[in-house]
Design a protein around this ligand. Structure first.
Ligand code: ZN
Length: 284
């Protein structure tokens, strides 16, 4: 009995020591290669943000260019704790699609950044995984248009195209769920740098927890509704963090993008957030 306890204590000590000395313990994979955005400029920013958390080693899988043989693109998703998508392009092979679904469904983490939610309008399981998306012919058949009104989220069934944005401008983000590990401890609201404020996203919206919204002002070409900006989806045993933010490298350097991506990626990878909120994070 005593010996068993000693072994347990030794084991825990060994694990802690290994954890401290081994550096980042989580493996992240960024996928890119096609996007209607400047992925060559934004992937390095995403990589730095993840590395700066001290939690992740980061690799990048770049697909062949648009129109080239996409069947060559087969990242080993299962090797990673989280896959971060900066991809919006040609449909992948059935095999690669299935590999991503299997990976997330069996407990993997996935992060959808900005236009990654424009990708794959025809791929049903991908759309369930990301909850909401835009463009690519998405409309009422893709699912409800979800927005926040009167203290709750409305799942709008009216017809119309999914996805849009007004003119780029700085805007305020408002947290709507302060219990979730990603948003727990963050201020109730803060200003985000100049960016695209996505609106009228549509999708299956199943198993979604909405974390934060932004008001889409009609003056800048918006909808007059509070649009979802940050949310999470449970997909099988997997966790998905979805940020609609991050049109450009500059927008990704907004301190709130950095902090929410780091927290969202850790949560997607592990189901927990161990990071402290920086002291200088936007005050209310
Ligand atoms: Zn954009």
């Amino acid at each position: 009995m005593v010996r068993k306890r000693w072994f347990t204590a030794f084991g825990i000590w060994l694990m802690m020591t290994a954890g401290v000395s081994a550096g980042p313990q989580l493996k992240a994979l960024i996928i890119d290669g096609q996007n209607n955005h400047d992925w060559k400029a934004t992937t390095p920013v995403l990589k730095t943000i993840l590395q700066d958390s001290g939690l992740f080693t980061v690799e990048v899988a770049t697909s062949p260019p648009q129109g080239a043989d996409i069947s060559r693109f087969k990242p080993e998703f299962a090797k990673y704790d989280v896959v971060v998508s900066n991809y919006n392009g040609d449909p992948w092979s059935q095999r690669t699609q299935q590999a991503l679904i299997d990976y997330v469904r069996s407990g993997g983490g996935f992060v959808s950044v900005h236009a990654a939610n424009n990708a794959f309008p025809e791929w049903e399981k991908y759309n369930k995984m990301i909850g909401l998306g835009g463009w690519g012919g998405r409309d009422e058949k893709s699912g409800p248009y979800v927005y926040f009104q009167g203290e709750r989220f409305i799942f709008g069934r009216s017809p119309g195209r999914g996805g849009g944005h007004g003119r780029r401008h700085p805007f305020q983000i408002v947290v709507r769920n302060r219990e979730h590990p990603i948003t727990a401890g963050l201020p109730k609201k803060w200003m985000h740098a100049e960016d695209e404020l996505y609106h009228r996203l549509r999708g299956p919206a199943e198993n979604v927890t909405f974390l934060a919204t932004a008001y889409s002002e009609p003056e800048t070409g918006g909808t007059g509704a509070h649009e979802p900006m940050l949310f999470v989806i449970t997909y099988g045993k997997g966790r998905v963090f979805h940020t609609t933010l991050g049109h450009s490298a500059q927008a990704m350097k907004s301190p709130d993008f950095v902090v929410t991506l780091q927290r969202g990626a850790e949560w997607a990878a592990t189901g927990k957030v161990t990071q402290k909120i920086p002291q200088d994070f936007h005050k209310e």
